[in-house]
Design a protein around this ligand. Structure first.
Ligand SMILES: *[C@@H]1O[C@H](CO)[C@@H](O)[C@H](O)[C@H]1NC(C)=O
Ligand SMILES: *[C@@H]1O[C@H](CO)[C@@H](O)[C@H](O)[C@H]1NC(C)=O
Ligand SMILES: *[C@@H]1O[C@H](CO)[C@@H](O)[C@H](O)[C@H]1NC(C)=O
Ligand SMILES: *[C@@H]1O[C@H](CO)[C@@H](O)[C@H](O)[C@H]1NC(C)=O
Ligand SMILES: *[C@@H]1O[C@H](CO)[C@@H](O)[C@H](O)[C@H]1NC(C)=O
Ligand SMILES: *[C@@H]1O[C@H](CO)[C@@H](O)[C@H](O)[C@H]1NC(C)=O
Ligand SMILES: *[C@@H]1O[C@H](CO)[C@@H](O)[C@H](O)[C@H]1NC(C)=O
Ligand SMILES: *[C@@H]1O[C@H](CO)[C@@H](O)[C@H](O)[C@H]1NC(C)=O
Ligand SMILES: *[C@@H]1O[C@H](CO)[C@@H](O)[C@H](O)[C@H]1NC(C)=O
Ligand SMILES: *[C@@H]1O[C@H](CO)[C@@H](O)[C@H](O)[C@H]1NC(C)=O
Length: 445
């Protein structure tokens, strides 16, 4: 128990100090500049708004949580790229700008296997505790959360830290376990599984070449002979994010870049997600179909009907895919959550993102969609809506992404509070219920 309170207070402390500026939540149009909220998918979790209780007259009956693993070290490829950029700077004999002096003594010793950092584990644990406090009325001894994870170690560890946080918050009264681990070497509703998917490299390289020009000129001027490239500049910016979440203090690398450059860095991540598995990738959204069909099965208490990523053996057994629980929690990855958002119709943009120029009004911002420990929560509720204009049904859902209630324009009759009748939601999901409109076959052509 002492370990739990230490970790929860770690998560809270870092949120209020290093991760700062929670006073400024809820202004999605023009959010004030906060350094770590420009780190795209490497941003540590921050809620976009304060959680709003369910609308008056509604009672939550089921909760589906889809959560990204917590903050992590770099994975091996990017880790090697960072090390290479650092060593180019360290090979320079004399810097002519003292802001680089710290590099001389810098040692790049972050883990490079994508493992969770302590802060990432703490945020997962805090999320489990928060889920208990928020939804404890739905929990009983024979109805505890049903938990699944994709098989990467960091995803599994995020899931078990979440269950630990949930259990500890209930004073060990309710002890969910990780029941199903979906193999990433098979088709997997919690990880990308499309063989022939395209890449976002063209778009991200285009933008990196544009926005890093002044950075490359400045750093090569300050470190004569380093010969940093655009890609090196980008990798050094990722080092700021990785070192900060690993040490829970703002890395010295961060100060080498200004606010505009961090906003440009964010845009690189926005493009990477949009063209990687989002709306800008022809075979991106289809990767999210299996999860949406699983969600529909839970919302409607009917067996999973899917021809894409679902594992039929697992999904047709009540032991590995029960339909009678009230809280479900699934642990996944950023690219997969992006595919699910895009298959569902969330965060649709009026026009495609331009790889040469950010649109300041865009609502596709990776740090707000899929930061570390990002979460999408689908709350099902029974409502007595006095107006009665919505539909003849009294079962609704609303969807929160990082606490922000989504407006669900794709749902016919959606209310101003984001309530969508379950039947209308299912009707809106033809891309998923049709098995991806033929796209899944294109993944294995
Ligand atoms: C680097 O380390 C050396 C030896 O510990 C120390 O004398 C020097 O001040 C350090 N340089 C910087 C810029 O911190
Ligand atoms: C769900 O159904 C299973 C049998 O399939 C049963 O053992 C279990 O108690 C049920 N759980 C709830 C919460 O109703
Ligand atoms: C939480 O995650 C950390 C880091 O990956 C791991 O070492 C630890 O075993 C996890 N804790 C639990 C209770 O799963
Ligand atoms: C995933 O499913 C497709 C077709 O449904 C199949 O061709 C492919 O081999 C499967 N992938 C794996 C890794 O089993
Ligand atoms: C790469 O991106 C540029 C800029 O958006 C675009 O003009 C070009 O057609 C793209 N090339 C390919 C092969 O997709
Ligand atoms: C640093 O060195 C570069 C190349 O040698 C030079 O162009 C630049 O003016 C120098 N900057 C300072 C601040 O001395
Ligand atoms: C940088 O490029 C110059 C000219 O191309 C070359 O002479 C020098 O060796 C390179 N420096 C490093 C550190 O690679
Ligand atoms: C479904 O999951 C089971 C249990 O993990 C596994 O043994 C089986 O190979 C999976 N089936 C497919 C088609 O991937
Ligand atoms: C910029 O984004 C806003 C909000 O999504 C949109 O209304 C506008 O049309 C976009 N502008 C361009 C040039 O794409
Ligand atoms: C499953 O979905 C297909 C469409 O993909 C539909 O034709 C079929 O009727 C559905 N089956 C059931 C049992 O609902």
């Amino acid at each position: 128990m002492r370990m739990l309170s230490v970790l929860v207070s770690l998560a809270t402390l870092f949120s209020s100090l290093f991760l700062g500026a929670f006073a400024v939540q809820g202004q999605s149009a023009s959010r004030p500049y906060v350094l770590q909220q420009n780190w795209g998918a490497y941003a540590p979790y921050f809620p976009l708004e304060e959680y709003i209780a369910s609308p008056q007259g509604c009672e939550i009956t089921q909760v589906n949580i889809l959560q990204r693993h917590g903050a992590r070290y770099p994975t091996s490829g990017p880790g090697a790229d960072i090390a290479s950029a650092v060593s180019k700077l360290q090979d320079v004999t004399t810097y002519n700008d003292s802001s680089l002096d710290f590099i001389r003594n810098f040692t790049f010793n972050l883990g490079t296997n994508g493992d969770l950092v302590l802060y990432g584990a703490a945020q997962s644990l805090a999320a489990g505790a928060e889920a208990y406090y928020r939804y404890k009325n739905l929990i009983s001894q024979d109805n505890i959360p049903f938990v699944r994870a994709s098989s990467s170690e960091r995803v599994v560890n995020s899931a078990t830290n979440w269950t630990y946080g949930f259990s500890a918050a209930s004073s060990l009264t309710f002890n969910p376990v990780l029941s199903v681990i979906l193999s990433e070497s098979a088709n997997d509703t919690l990880e990308n599984s499309c063989n022939d998917i395209g890449s976002s490299d063209n778009e991200t390289d285009t933008w990196i070449d544009i926005y890093t020009q002044p950075i490359v000129a400045r750093l090569n001027g300050a470190a004569p002979g380093a010969n940093l490239t655009s890609t090196d500049a980008y990798n050094l910016m990722t080092l700021c994010a990785f070192e900060s979440v690993a040490t829970q203090a703002v890395s010295e690398w961060c100060a080498l870049f200004n606010e505009d450059e961090w906003e440009s860095f964010e845009y690189e991540m926005d493009l990477e997600k949009y063209y990687g598995t989002g709306y800008g990738q022809a075979l991106g959204p289809v990767e999210g179909v299996g999860y949406i069909n699983e969600l529909i099965a839970r919302l409607t208490s009917t067996p999973v009907n899917d021809t894409t990523q679902t594992n039929h053996t697992l999904d047709h057994s009540p032991l590995t895919f029960p339909l009678n629980r009230t809280v479900y929690a699934d642990f996944s990855h950023d690219d997969q959550m992006i595919a699910i958002f895009s298959a569902m119709g969330l965060f649709k943009q009026p026009s495609v993102l331009d790889p040469t120029k950010p649109n300041a009004s865009r609502t596709w911002v990776a740090s707000q969609l899929v930061p570390f420990s990002a979460r999408m929560v689908v709350e099902k509720m029974d409502c007595q809506l006095s107006t009665g204009h919505v539909s003849d049904s009294d079962s609704y859902i609303r969807i929160l992404v990082n606490e922000a209630v989504q407006s669900l324009e794709f749902c016919s009759g959606v209310t101003a509070e984001g309530l969508c009748a379950v039947e209308r939601f299912v009707e809106s999901q033809v891309f998923a219920t049709s098995g991806g409109d033929g796209d899944w076959a294109k993944c294995f052509a």
